[in-house]
Ligand binder design. Structure first.
Ligand code: IMP
Length: 409
């Protein structure tokens, strides 16, 4: 069974925790896009792990994790992460594999990324990890894949420093390479979790272009870049937070006002630990944007949603969510492509009552306060999509399951 899990907002929705949680029932976890620009946090007991490249299922001793075809792989960052895991008692040998069609991030790409960003009058706010440059090189047919590492003809167009870099890593990288499609065909009876990076609104095509990442962050990427065909995906899950955040630049219609809502913004940022895992940047915060979430559901065939960070609202008397945009006097109920429309969009907000108690120890959906269930029902109705799991804390056990994604209903 093939289940894809993607972020349904601008990244940082809690995918790391949810992949870690759902991986308990999977045998194989395939991360299909992005690179060391991503940051996934996983809490296990008293320990916290920050992963950037390695799929979140790695913490289980018996899972195979695969870095898929759509990933941009920086060997220095990947082996540093593997060494970190090993130093903390996670044995990865023999169960970390890499698609031989995945592209390599060369060190000079990071410099080009930073130079291009510095030259932009309106910067994107990239993480500077060379990911955009790697995908540009791929599109211009100048990239290097794992499959090319021993092919002198393929290396002929590279600069001498690139070749030196590749030679330094090839012996460690090559043993991890697999033909992903063939591998997954031979494991077609396994439970496979396809892990997305970034989020639907940072997807190169469907996101808020040009303020996006450069890979396929949407569900289509799970197939195209995860090694299987589109009809092989049995279920698509979208993870979203009770509110919204965004790192880097770009339109954000529900962003809290820096003056009138600065205390609320700081409260959410601190309670939800909204600081970048990769860059440490404070995340921009705002109320949930249902217009954007519905768009993410439609653009990605999301079968069911996973709501995270609901506990962050525990102490609020009331809160709001955006149900439409007012753009230069006109009401829009869809997510427009034009950046100007999104920048001019004033959110039309609906108010919700808070529950004013801790939900940290809730085990069953029915034990949630009525006000929390009202919020959930409204989101389901608005998006036309069921919320099957609710996360109420960082730990694995703080997860309420209404319907398991691994069961065919
Ligand atoms: P890049 O992917 O480093 O080029 O960054 C492009 C945009 O995507 C920037 O606004 C980044 O902050 C954002 N971005 C990239 N990866 C992530 C992520 O994992 N979470 C949230 N935002 C991200």
């Amino acid at each position: 069974m093939n289940v894809a899990l993607i972020g349904a907002q601008w990244g940082d929705e809690g995918k790391g925790k949810m992949v870690d949680y759902l991986a308990a029932e999977a045998q194989i976890i395939v991360r299909f896009s992005g690179g060391a620009n991503a940051g996934h946090t996983i809490v296990r007991g008293n320990e916290q792990f920050a992963l950037h490249l390695i799929p979140s299922g790695i913490l289980y001793p018996d899972k195979t994790v695969i870095l898929g075809t759509g990933m941009a792989i920086d060997p220095e960052a990947m082996f540093a992460e593997l060494e970190m895991l090993e130093s903390r008692g996670i044995d990865w040998h023999g169960r970390v594999l890499v698609s031989d069609r995945a592209h390599i991030v060369l060190p000079r790409y990071r410099d080009i990324d930073k130079t291009m960003e510095a030259a932009r009058r309106k910067p994107i706010g990239t993480t500077g990890r060379g990911i955009g440059v790697t995908y540009s090189m791929k599109a211009s047919r100048d990239g290097v894949r794992l499959a090319d590492l021993y092919d002198e003809d393929r290396l002929a167009n590279l600069e001498p420093g690139d070749v030196e870099f590749i030679r330094a890593w090839v012996d460690r990288l090559a043993p991890l390479a697999i033909d992903l499609t063939d591998y997954l065909y031979h494991h077609r009876h396994s439970y496979i979790l396809f892990e997305g990076a970034q989020g639907a609104l940072l997807d190169l095509d469907a996101g808020t272009y040009p303020y996006v990442s450069s890979g396929m962050s949407g569900a289509a990427g799970a197939a195209a870049q995860g090694g299987v065909g589109p009809r092989s995906l049995d279920r698509v899950l979208g993870v979203f937070k009770a509110y919204s955040t965004r790192v880097g630049n770009g339109p954000f219609p529900t962003e809290f006002d820096t003056d009138s809502q600065s205390a609320l913004c700081q409260f959410i940022r601190d309670t939800g630990r909204e600081y970048g895992v990769t860059t440490g940047r404070p995340r921009r915060c705002g109320y949930l944007d249902l217009v954007a979430l519905r768009y993410a559901c439609l653009a990605n065939s999301i079968d069911s949603l996973i709501l995270t960070h609901l506990d962050v609202y525990d102490t609020l008397d009331s809160f709001e969510a955006c149900v439409a945009y007012r753009v230069r006097g006109k009401i829009l109920e869809y997510f427009p492509a034009a950046i100007r429309d999104l920048e001019d969009a004033e959110p039309v907000l609906r108010s919700f009552r808070g529950w004013k108690r801790s939900i940290a120890d809730v085990k069953e959906y029915d034990q949630l306060p009525l006000e929390a269930k009202d919020y959930i029902s409204f989101i389901e109705e608005y998006t036309g999509t069921a919320i099957d799991l609710v996360s109420i804390g960082y730990e694995r056990e703080r997860t309420i399951v209404r319907k398991s994604p691994w069961i065919r209903y």
